[in-house]
Design a protein around this ligand. Sequence first.
Ligand code: ARG
Length: 491
Amino acid sequence: MPDKPRKGTPLARRLWGGRFEGGPDRQAAAYGDSLAYDRRLYREDIAGSLAHAAMLAATGIISAREGRALGRGLKAVLAELDSGAFEFQPGDEDIHTAVERRLSEVAGPDVGGKLHTGRSRNDQVALDLRLFTRAQVVALAGAVGDLREALLLQARRHATDVMPAYTHLQRAQPSTIGHHLLAYVAMLERDFGRLRDAYARADVMPLGSGAATGSSLPLDRAHVARTLGFSAISQNSLDAVSDRDYVVEVEAACALVMVHLSRLGEEWVLWSTAEFGFVELPDDYSTGSSLMPQKKNPDVAELVRGRSGRVIGDLVAMLTALKGLPLAYNKDLQEDKEGFFDAVDTTLASLRIAAAMVQRSKFRLDRMAAAGSDPAMLATEVADHLVRLGVPFRSAHEVVGQAVREAARRGATLADLGLEDWQKLEPRFDAAGLEVLDARRALASRALPGSPGPVPVRRAIARATSALRRDRGWVASHEARGHPPTPGKAV
Ligand code: ARG
């Protein structure tokens, strides 16, 4: 910044300077200014201003000639910002004041001074943030779709490949890679739904709420909403300028996405260890050690896991900033942006890297199948077999438990016990009972919807594929609504 006043001297006059003798203290200004981060919203800000100016002209609040001059001026400012030629000044406390200041320089103060007619920065920033939110939600939803696709690709490839299912991180029962990956697809389908829901509530146009109580001018709020493609206008001016629920909702959706990605990351970290040896990470998604030549570290998976904490923090910070605020606008609300930007940026980047990591990982099918065929995991199958022979489940459980103990005593597995061994424990045990001790057989018997058998897994893949196609349609139709806003269309 060119202006470096000596400590304690007031800065240049600000847009609201009329009531004040000088500018604010340098330190106070630096503490309060949001330009450093909200300049990111310049396209949204100018799109909103173009729509507002067009409405002012359409309603006759300003003349058509003034409306056109504002449109030309705003587009000139946009071009400067797009090209990087825009010079920010010390008095520009946020992006809204910077754009308006420059507009008055470009179009002249008589025209530039009319832009803010019937508008406050309070409803202006609410509009900008809602425009931003809509675009980001569509981008996030698209990235959730990409990760679902990567998971489905691998699930299709490995639909019937055996791996263990765990409870308490102890081998529990045979499952399949396809089924395991579909669990993440299910989480991400819900994440998608949460983003779509959040979009609907962000898709409300707040302009016309003024600083707190609207305006005495005959603004046409529906006109602005139509220009910017909003589905509705806000219903209460006090609420409209102080509502950040949509930020919270998107941050909450992001936090949950990150928690899901963190669990995926954790599994990838575990699976890439020598102890598990289930997954071979792509070389270019791993790093080596500066000391230990043999190391191949799962950094990407670890970072996805590690960054979830930040996004959860962003959500908590926003909720905390909101909880004590009296109506309506308070400067605390300016704290909405940095955490929100961080949450969407981190989540978007994490979704994208996770999709690439999943797509490029190679499963070590031999290791997974060996672990998934551990006879100990078939204990439930034997118990179920006894149930089919009429043994009450509790007794069957007891019998198989004793068999496990007996096998362990002999240093063997359940598969090593003979028919007589079993019949000693339960006379009704028959030869067919020995055959259930087979992972593939166990999986073939998992036919209930939502379970890891080949039939339900194929069905689940087909269902998830068509759900993805439907959700892709939602993303495409909302992208087509003009995200990020294309200000050129507004006037
Ligand atoms: N930079 C401010 C924010 O982000 C814009 C609104 C300022 N409103 C005000 N009454 N000072 O919240």
